[in-house]
Ligand binder design. Structure first.
Ligand SMILES: [Zn+2]
Length: 288
Protein backbone atom coordinates (compact mmCIF):
# COMPACT_ATOMS: atom_id res chain seq x y z
CA UNK A 1 0.00 0.00 0.00
CA UNK A 2 1.25 3.47 -0.76
CA UNK A 3 1.00 5.21 2.56
CA UNK A 4 4.27 7.00 3.37
CA UNK A 5 3.93 10.74 3.67
CA UNK A 6 0.13 10.62 3.51
CA UNK A 7 -2.32 12.09 6.04
CA UNK A 8 -2.51 10.40 9.43
CA UNK A 9 -5.75 10.40 11.37
CA UNK A 10 -5.97 12.64 14.42
CA UNK A 11 -8.43 10.21 16.02
CA UNK A 12 -5.66 8.22 17.65
CA UNK A 13 -4.91 7.69 21.32
CA UNK A 14 -1.47 6.36 22.09
CA UNK A 15 -1.58 4.41 25.35
CA UNK A 16 1.49 2.32 24.77
CA UNK A 17 3.56 1.68 27.83
CA UNK A 18 0.87 2.47 30.41
CA UNK A 19 -0.03 0.39 33.43
CA UNK A 20 -3.54 -0.69 34.20
CA UNK A 21 -5.45 -2.80 36.70
CA UNK A 22 -6.44 -6.22 35.53
CA UNK A 23 -10.09 -7.03 34.93
CA UNK A 24 -11.96 -8.90 32.26
CA UNK A 25 -13.37 -8.10 28.87
CA UNK A 26 -17.02 -8.94 28.55
CA UNK A 27 -17.21 -10.56 25.13
CA UNK A 28 -20.60 -10.30 23.49
CA UNK A 29 -22.63 -7.16 24.02
CA UNK A 30 -20.70 -4.27 22.60
CA UNK A 31 -17.39 -5.85 21.81
CA UNK A 32 -16.22 -7.40 18.55
CA UNK A 33 -12.80 -8.78 17.80
CA UNK A 34 -11.31 -10.12 14.65
CA UNK A 35 -11.42 -13.70 15.78
CA UNK A 36 -7.97 -14.57 16.95
CA UNK A 37 -8.87 -15.33 20.49
CA UNK A 38 -9.04 -19.07 20.09
CA UNK A 39 -5.76 -19.51 18.31
CA UNK A 40 -3.79 -17.11 20.43
CA UNK A 41 -5.23 -18.60 23.59
CA UNK A 42 -4.00 -21.99 22.53
CA UNK A 43 -0.66 -20.68 21.51
CA UNK A 44 -0.07 -18.53 24.56
CA UNK A 45 -1.87 -20.36 27.33
CA UNK A 46 -1.60 -23.92 26.25
CA UNK A 47 -5.25 -24.46 25.57
CA UNK A 48 -7.74 -22.52 27.68
CA UNK A 49 -9.32 -19.56 25.87
CA UNK A 50 -11.62 -18.91 28.85
CA UNK A 51 -8.64 -17.97 30.96
CA UNK A 52 -8.11 -14.83 28.93
CA UNK A 53 -11.50 -13.38 29.61
CA UNK A 54 -12.01 -14.15 33.25
CA UNK A 55 -11.98 -11.01 35.27
CA UNK A 56 -10.10 -11.24 38.51
CA UNK A 57 -12.53 -8.90 40.21
CA UNK A 58 -10.21 -5.95 40.46
CA UNK A 59 -7.69 -7.62 42.75
CA UNK A 60 -4.08 -6.67 42.67
CA UNK A 61 -3.44 -4.61 39.61
CA UNK A 62 -0.91 -5.37 37.04
CA UNK A 63 2.06 -3.44 35.82
CA UNK A 64 2.55 -3.30 32.13
CA UNK A 65 4.58 -1.15 29.86
CA UNK A 66 7.73 0.66 30.69
CA UNK A 67 8.71 -0.43 27.21
CA UNK A 68 9.63 2.29 24.78
CA UNK A 69 8.10 1.64 21.38
CA UNK A 70 10.69 0.53 18.84
CA UNK A 71 11.25 2.38 15.57
CA UNK A 72 9.45 -0.46 13.83
CA UNK A 73 6.42 -0.08 16.13
CA UNK A 74 6.37 3.65 15.52
CA UNK A 75 6.32 3.02 11.81
CA UNK A 76 3.43 0.60 12.29
CA UNK A 77 1.60 3.22 14.34
CA UNK A 78 2.01 5.75 11.53
CA UNK A 79 0.86 3.21 8.99
CA UNK A 80 -2.23 2.33 11.05
CA UNK A 81 -3.01 6.05 11.42
CA UNK A 82 -2.88 6.54 7.64
CA UNK A 83 -5.20 3.56 7.15
CA UNK A 84 -7.62 4.99 9.71
CA UNK A 85 -7.49 8.35 7.90
CA UNK A 86 -8.31 6.57 4.63
CA UNK A 87 -11.31 4.86 6.23
CA UNK A 88 -12.52 8.30 7.38
CA UNK A 89 -12.38 9.66 3.85
CA UNK A 90 -14.15 6.63 2.37
CA UNK A 91 -16.90 6.34 4.97
CA UNK A 92 -17.50 10.08 5.21
CA UNK A 93 -18.15 10.08 1.48
CA UNK A 94 -20.24 6.90 1.48
CA UNK A 95 -22.40 8.09 4.35
CA UNK A 96 -22.77 11.61 2.94
CA UNK A 97 -23.95 10.27 -0.41
CA UNK A 98 -26.66 8.36 1.46
CA UNK A 99 -27.75 11.35 3.51
CA UNK A 100 -26.22 9.92 6.68
CA UNK A 101 -23.63 11.36 9.04
CA UNK A 102 -20.45 9.42 9.71
CA UNK A 103 -19.16 9.76 13.24
CA UNK A 104 -15.45 8.88 13.16
CA UNK A 105 -14.17 6.24 15.61
CA UNK A 106 -10.99 6.57 17.66
CA UNK A 107 -8.12 4.10 17.48
CA UNK A 108 -6.25 3.25 20.68
CA UNK A 109 -2.75 1.80 20.58
CA UNK A 110 -1.81 -0.16 23.66
CA UNK A 111 0.77 -2.55 25.03
CA UNK A 112 -0.17 -5.87 26.66
CA UNK A 113 -3.48 -4.82 28.24
CA UNK A 114 -5.99 -2.00 28.04
CA UNK A 115 -9.09 -0.58 29.71
CA UNK A 116 -12.13 0.01 27.52
CA UNK A 117 -15.80 0.78 28.08
CA UNK A 118 -16.32 -2.92 27.37
CA UNK A 119 -13.97 -3.99 30.17
CA UNK A 120 -10.25 -4.49 30.30
CA UNK A 121 -8.56 -6.68 27.75
CA UNK A 122 -5.37 -8.58 27.23
CA UNK A 123 -3.45 -8.13 23.99
CA UNK A 124 -4.04 -11.84 23.43
CA UNK A 125 -7.68 -11.08 22.61
CA UNK A 126 -6.47 -9.50 19.38
CA UNK A 127 -7.66 -6.19 17.95
CA UNK A 128 -11.24 -5.35 18.90
CA UNK A 129 -13.90 -2.67 18.64
CA UNK A 130 -15.94 -1.48 21.62
CA UNK A 131 -19.24 0.22 20.75
CA UNK A 132 -19.53 1.57 24.30
CA UNK A 133 -16.79 4.12 23.61
CA UNK A 134 -16.65 3.82 19.78
CA UNK A 135 -12.97 2.90 19.89
CA UNK A 136 -10.83 0.40 18.06
CA UNK A 137 -8.17 -1.19 20.29
CA UNK A 138 -4.96 -2.35 18.69
CA UNK A 139 -1.81 -3.76 20.23
CA UNK A 140 0.72 -3.31 17.45
CA UNK A 141 2.67 -6.41 18.45
CA UNK A 142 -0.33 -8.31 17.15
CA UNK A 143 0.91 -7.71 13.64
CA UNK A 144 3.96 -9.78 14.37
CA UNK A 145 1.71 -12.70 15.35
CA UNK A 146 -0.34 -12.17 12.21
CA UNK A 147 2.77 -12.43 10.03
CA UNK A 148 4.80 -14.99 11.94
CA UNK A 149 2.29 -17.30 13.63
CA UNK A 150 -0.51 -17.04 11.10
CA UNK A 151 1.54 -16.47 7.97
CA UNK A 152 -0.44 -13.41 6.84
CA UNK A 153 2.24 -10.98 5.74
CA UNK A 154 2.19 -7.57 4.17
CA UNK A 155 0.87 -4.13 4.94
CA UNK A 156 -2.52 -4.72 3.42
CA UNK A 157 -3.08 -7.73 5.67
CA UNK A 158 -2.63 -5.19 8.48
CA UNK A 159 -4.90 -2.65 6.82
CA UNK A 160 -7.61 -5.30 6.46
CA UNK A 161 -7.60 -5.86 10.23
CA UNK A 162 -8.22 -2.16 10.85
CA UNK A 163 -10.84 -1.94 8.11
CA UNK A 164 -12.64 -4.94 9.65
CA UNK A 165 -12.81 -3.23 13.05
CA UNK A 166 -14.01 -0.03 11.38
CA UNK A 167 -16.65 -2.29 9.78
CA UNK A 168 -17.92 -3.06 13.29
CA UNK A 169 -18.11 0.67 13.92
CA UNK A 170 -20.29 1.04 10.81
CA UNK A 171 -22.56 -1.71 12.12
CA UNK A 172 -22.83 0.20 15.37
CA UNK A 173 -23.70 3.46 13.58
CA UNK A 174 -26.18 1.73 11.29
CA UNK A 175 -27.87 -0.03 14.20
CA UNK A 176 -27.09 -3.53 12.91
CA UNK A 177 -24.97 -4.72 15.80
CA UNK A 178 -27.31 -3.35 18.46
CA UNK A 179 -30.20 -5.23 16.90
CA UNK A 180 -28.20 -8.45 16.62
CA UNK A 181 -26.92 -8.27 20.18
CA UNK A 182 -30.48 -7.80 21.47
CA UNK A 183 -31.67 -10.75 19.43
CA UNK A 184 -28.82 -12.92 20.66
CA UNK A 185 -30.04 -12.54 24.24
CA UNK A 186 -33.00 -14.81 23.60
CA UNK A 187 -31.26 -17.42 21.47
CA UNK A 188 -29.36 -20.62 22.20
CA UNK A 189 -25.58 -20.43 22.12
CA UNK A 190 -25.38 -22.10 18.70
CA UNK A 191 -28.00 -19.71 17.25
CA UNK A 192 -26.28 -16.70 18.80
CA UNK A 193 -22.98 -17.87 17.30
CA UNK A 194 -24.59 -18.16 13.87
CA UNK A 195 -25.71 -14.51 14.11
CA UNK A 196 -22.24 -13.49 15.25
CA UNK A 197 -20.87 -15.11 12.08
CA UNK A 198 -23.21 -12.94 9.97
CA UNK A 199 -22.01 -9.83 11.77
CA UNK A 200 -18.34 -10.71 11.38
CA UNK A 201 -18.67 -11.57 7.70
CA UNK A 202 -20.39 -8.26 7.13
CA UNK A 203 -17.42 -6.52 8.78
CA UNK A 204 -15.19 -8.40 6.32
CA UNK A 205 -17.45 -7.25 3.50
CA UNK A 206 -17.16 -3.63 4.65
CA UNK A 207 -13.37 -4.04 4.74
CA UNK A 208 -13.62 -5.10 1.10
CA UNK A 209 -15.78 -2.07 0.26
CA UNK A 210 -13.16 0.12 1.89
CA UNK A 211 -10.42 -1.51 -0.23
CA UNK A 212 -12.52 -0.84 -3.33
CA UNK A 213 -12.68 2.88 -2.60
CA UNK A 214 -9.03 3.07 -1.54
CA UNK A 215 -7.78 1.11 -4.52
CA UNK A 216 -5.77 3.97 -5.98
CA UNK A 217 -3.36 3.52 -3.04
CA UNK A 218 -3.00 -0.23 -3.45
CA UNK A 219 0.06 -2.02 -4.75
CA UNK A 220 -0.16 -5.19 -6.82
CA UNK A 221 -0.66 -8.08 -4.40
CA UNK A 222 -2.38 -6.02 -1.70
CA UNK A 223 -5.77 -7.67 -2.17
CA UNK A 224 -4.09 -11.06 -1.98
CA UNK A 225 -2.51 -9.99 1.31
CA UNK A 226 -5.93 -9.12 2.73
CA UNK A 227 -7.37 -12.40 1.47
CA UNK A 228 -4.52 -14.32 3.03
CA UNK A 229 -5.27 -12.65 6.37
CA UNK A 230 -8.98 -13.43 6.02
CA UNK A 231 -8.02 -17.00 5.21
CA UNK A 232 -5.69 -17.28 8.19
CA UNK A 233 -8.29 -16.20 10.73
CA UNK A 234 -11.28 -18.25 9.58
CA UNK A 235 -12.79 -20.22 12.47
CA UNK A 236 -12.18 -23.58 10.80
CA UNK A 237 -8.53 -22.78 10.10
CA UNK A 238 -7.92 -21.46 13.63
CA UNK A 239 -9.65 -24.41 15.25
CA UNK A 240 -7.77 -26.91 13.14
CA UNK A 241 -4.51 -25.28 14.15
CA UNK A 242 -5.50 -24.88 17.77
CA UNK A 243 -7.20 -28.13 18.68
CA UNK A 244 -6.87 -30.25 15.59
CA UNK A 245 -10.62 -30.47 14.95
CA UNK A 246 -13.44 -28.22 13.84
CA UNK A 247 -16.72 -27.56 15.70
CA UNK A 248 -19.01 -25.58 13.35
CA UNK A 249 -21.60 -24.74 16.08
CA UNK A 250 -18.89 -22.86 17.92
CA UNK A 251 -17.96 -20.68 14.94
CA UNK A 252 -18.35 -16.99 15.67
CA UNK A 253 -16.52 -15.38 12.71
CA UNK A 254 -17.08 -17.69 9.74
CA UNK A 255 -14.89 -20.10 7.83
CA UNK A 256 -11.81 -19.02 5.91
CA UNK A 257 -13.68 -19.51 2.64
CA UNK A 258 -16.58 -17.33 3.85
CA UNK A 259 -14.32 -14.57 5.14
CA UNK A 260 -12.45 -14.41 1.84
CA UNK A 261 -15.68 -14.57 -0.18
CA UNK A 262 -17.31 -11.65 1.67
CA UNK A 263 -14.18 -9.52 1.57
CA UNK A 264 -13.89 -10.18 -2.15
CA UNK A 265 -17.55 -9.38 -2.71
CA UNK A 266 -17.11 -6.04 -0.94
CA UNK A 267 -14.02 -5.25 -2.96
CA UNK A 268 -15.75 -6.02 -6.23
CA UNK A 269 -19.00 -4.22 -5.43
CA UNK A 270 -17.90 -1.15 -3.47
CA UNK A 271 -21.50 -0.74 -2.24
CA UNK A 272 -22.60 -0.99 1.39
CA UNK A 273 -25.99 -2.31 0.31
CA UNK A 274 -24.52 -5.45 -1.27
CA UNK A 275 -23.38 -6.77 2.10
CA UNK A 276 -26.58 -8.03 3.70
CA UNK A 277 -25.12 -11.16 5.27
CA UNK A 278 -28.43 -11.57 7.14
CA UNK A 279 -30.23 -12.33 3.89
CA UNK A 280 -30.28 -16.15 3.93
CA UNK A 281 -30.41 -16.59 0.17
CA UNK A 282 -27.52 -14.24 -0.43
CA UNK A 283 -25.63 -15.83 2.43
CA UNK A 284 -26.02 -19.27 0.90
CA UNK A 285 -24.98 -17.99 -2.49
CA UNK A 286 -21.85 -16.11 -1.37
CA UNK A 287 -20.80 -18.27 1.51
CA UNK A 288 -19.75 -21.43 -0.25
ZN1 LIG B 1 -14.85 -8.76 14.07
Amino acid sequence: MQWKGRRESQNVEDRRGRRMPRGGLAMGGGVSGIGLLVLLAYVLLGGNPGALLQGTGGGGGRFVGGKTPTAQEDELARFASVVLADTEVVWQEQFRSRGKRYQEPTMVFFTDAVESACGSADAAVGPFYCSGDEKIYLDLSFYEDLAKKLGAKGDFAQAYVIAHEVGHHLQHLLGTSGKVHREQQRLSQAQANALSVRLELQADFYAGVFAHHARKFLDPGDIEEALSAANAIGDDTLQRRGRGRVVPDSFTHGTSAQRMAWFRRGFESGKLEDGDTFDDRLFERVGR
